[in-house]
Design a protein around this ligand. Structure first.
Ligand code: ATP
Ligand code: MG
Length: 333
C-alpha cells in the first residue's frame, strides 16, 4: 500500500489508571504500532485533561498515571525515536483550540452524543455533572485537529466522538470560508471482537470499571483474573453445552489461541469444561505479553522524562502551525 502525502496520525488514551488493558491494546495501541512500523508519523498522546472529567478530585493520581501510561505505549512497541509520545497538558494549544471550538459547536450535537447520555445517567444528578463532561468531544476534536491528521486509530466506542470532530472541522471551514481542516479517517479495527473487547464481566473492558486484564499484570495476577472471569452462565458441569459468543474466556481464546476453533467447538458440544478453557487461556496470554512486561520493567524513569519532553516539543511544532492557520482564517490577532 502506498502512503498518503500527509502521514500524520493522532490518538490517545485517558490516564484514568496507571495500567492499560487488553481492550486498549486490541482496539487502538496495536494499530498505532503497526502504523508506526508502516512509516506513519505518530502522535501518541496521554490525555490527562480528559481524565480529569471523571477524576477532577484526584489530579495527583492522574499525573502519576500519565507517566505509567506512557510506559505502556513504549512497552507495547511505540518507539519514541520515531513517534512523539507526549502528555496533553504539556501542549497548551489543546486548550486554546478547545476554547475556540467551544464557541462554535452547537449544544445539540453534544447533548445528543450517546457517550454523554450514558455518563450523565451514571452520575445521576445535574448538580454533580461537571461542565467539562459535555464538552469532552470538543476537547477531543481539538486534540485531533491540531495535528490535521490523516487518520485516528481508536476503538469502536470512540466513533460518535470522531463524527462530531469531522462535523466541527466542516463547520469551521464553512464559517470562515477556508480549508484549514480536511476530514480524517476513522481507523477502527474491522474485527468486531477487537473493536470492542469485552471485559471479564462481559461489559466493555474499561479502565474505570476495573474489569480488565492489564498489559503489565504479572502471570499470577492474570491467572487470578481469568479464574474469576464470566463464562456461559448455564454451563455448570463440564458436559453442559457452552455459548462461546457470550463467554469472556472464549472471546479471549479467539484472539490469542491458535487452537480457538477446536476449543470453541468442544465448548459448544460440552466436550470441555470452563476450567480447561481458563487454564489454556492463562498460558497463551502470559506467553504473548511476557516480552512487553519485561520491556516495561526495564524502562528508566529519567528516560521517560526525556521522552515526554521531546514528544511535547515535536507535538508543539505542529500544534503551533495549526493555531497560526486557525487564527489567520478567523482573522484573529
Ligand atoms: P475509561 O474507563 O477511563 O474511559 P477506557 O478503558 O475506556 O478508560 P480510554 O482511555 O477511554 O479507555 O480509551 C483509549 C482507547 O482505547 C480508545 O481508542 C478506545 O476506543 C480504546 N478502548 C477502550 N476500551 C476498549 C475496549 N474494550 N475494546 C476496544 N478498544 C477499547
Ligand atoms: Mg473510555
Amino acid at each position: 500500500m502506498s502512503l498518503p502525502a500527509n502521514k500524520r496520525i493522532l490518538s490517545g488514551m485517558r490516564s484514568t489508571n496507571p495500567k492499560l488493558h487488553l481492550g486498549n491494546y486490541e482496539g487502538a495501541l496495536r494499530n498505532w504500532v503497526d502504523l508506526q512500523d508502516q512509516g506513519y508519523e505518530m502522535f501518541c498522546m496521554v490525555a490527562d485533561w480528559h481524565a480529569l472529567t471523571t477524576m477532577f478530585d484526584k489530579p495527583q493520581e492522574v499525573a502519576y498515571n500519565s507517566r505509567e501510561v506512557a510506559k505502556d505505549y513504549i512497552a507495547a512497541g511505540i518507539d519514541p525515536e520515531k513517534s512523539a509520545v507526549f502528555v496533553q497538558s504539556d501542549v497548551k494549544e489543546h486548550a486554546e483550540l478547545h476554547l475556540l471550538f467551544s464557541m462554535m459547536t452547537p449544544l445539540g450535537w453534544l447533548e445528543r452524543c450517546p457517550t454523554y447520555k450514558d455518563k450523565k445517567q451514571d452520575l445521576g444528578s445535574a448538580e454533580r455533572e461537571p461542565y467539562g463532561l459535555l464538552g469532552y468531544p470538543v476537547l477531543q476534536t481539538a486534540d485531533i485537529l491540531l495535528y490535521r491528521p490523516y487518520g485516528v486509530p481508536v476503538g469502536k466506542d470512540q466513533a460518535p466522538h470522531l463524527e462530531i470532530g469531522n462535523d466541527i472541522a466542516g463547520r469551521f471551514n464553512s464559517l470562515y470560508d477556508c480549508e484549514v481542516f480536511t476530514p480524517y479517517k476513522y481507523m477502527i479495527p474491522e474485527d468486531e471482537s477487537r473493536a470492542t473487547l469485552p471485559g471479564l464481566d462481559m461489559r466493555k473492558m474499561s479502565k474505570s470499571y476495573d474489569n480488565g486484564i492489564n498489559l503489565s499484570d504479572s502471570d499470577d495476577e492474570t491467572a487470578q483474573k481469568i479464574k474469576s472471569a464470566f463464562t456461559t452462565p448455564t454451563k455448570i458441569r463440564k458436559d453442559d453445552p457452552g455459548i462461546p459468543e457470550g463467554c469472556a474466556v472464549c472471546q479471549y481464546l479467539k484472539l490469542y489461541s491458535p487452537d480457538w476453533e477446536t476449543q470453541w467447538d468442544e465448548d459448544r458440544q460440552g466436550l470441555r469444561g470452563c476450567m480447561q478453557n481458563k487454564k489454556e487461556l492463562i498460558e497463551v496470554i502470559n506467553e504473548k505479553f511476557r516480552p512487553m512486561r519485561e520491556r516495561r520493567a526495564q524502562l528508566d524513569e529519567g528516560e521517560i522524562d526525556r521522552i515526554l519532553a521531546d514528544g511535547a516539543e515535536r507535538a508543539r511544532a505542529v500544534a503551533e502551525e495549526t493555531m497560526r492557520q486557525v487564527k489567520s482564517a478567523m482573522g484573529l490577532r
